[in-house]
Design a protein around this ligand. Structure first.
Ligand SMILES: [Zn+2]
Length: 213
């Protein structure tokens, strides 16, 4: 008997009535980014079913470089999809403690993480941080111009999700799509090699966005 035993029993029950979902585009055409808090499971809060939506969860549901990379890769996989990213921050987030310098210092000493990194994950006011993270993701050079971003707050006390910022596409999308001078670089998943300006013709990954890296 381990801590996993009751969960594996639940899985047995699940598997008995299971119907496999074919690999394909997510039905909801939305990627959810939210906190890893056990009270904030998007499958339950948003009624997601298998095959509905990819979900990224981290501390606070913050837009980190790792999140930007994942979103870029998922957008590449679903190229024909006009996908949206829904960032959902929540009230009573445990990361709120990290806004307190003394707690942050203690946490940094205990974990070896830098105080700056810990501070960056803090969600003291989810209305404020979700706005900041929508802007951060929209400003990321790797973000496909076909991907929109919206911001929401989940209230742990009421179970209600409120939209704080409606879905918006990156403002600089048009300029990033235009091929630039040859000293610009091409974004393709896993590499940022210099772009010859004719990736598709050369048999490589097609250019998806341009940015002056
Ligand atoms: Zn949280």
């Amino acid at each position: 008997m381990t801590r996993m035993t009751p969960l594996l029993e639940r899985n047995e029950e699940f598997a008995r009535a299971y119907t496999p979902t074919a690999l394909g585009l997510p039905a909801a055409q939305v990627l959810v980014l939210t906190c890893l808090d056990h009270r904030v499971d998007p499958a339950i809060v948003l009624g997601l079913r298998l095959g509905d939506a990819p979900v990224i969860r981290n501390t606070g549901g913050r837009v980190t470089q790792a999140v930007v990379d994942d979103v870029a890769y998922l957008a590449f996989l679903a190229e024909q999809l006009s996908a949206g990213v829904a960032i959902v921050h929540h009230t009573q987030c445990g990361t709120g403690f990290l806004a307190d310098p003394a707690f942050r210092r203690q946490a940094a000493e205990a974990t070896g993480l830098s105080e700056a990194a810990l501070e960056a994950t803090a969600v003291a006011d989810p209305h404020e941080t979700v706005r900041a993270d929508v802007e951060r993701l929209l400003a990321a050079p790797q973000l496909s111009p076909k991907v929109s971003v919206s911001g929401h707050v989940y209230d742990v006390a009421t179970g209600r999700v409120t939209t704080i910022l409606d879905a918006r596409y990156p403002a600089a999308a048009a300029s990033r799509l235009s091929p630039g001078p040859t000293d610009r670089r091409c974004w393709s998943p896993g590499s940022r090699s210099a772009c010859p300006g004719s990736c598709r013709a050369a048999g490589g990954s097609p250019c998806r966005s341009w940015s002056p890296w």
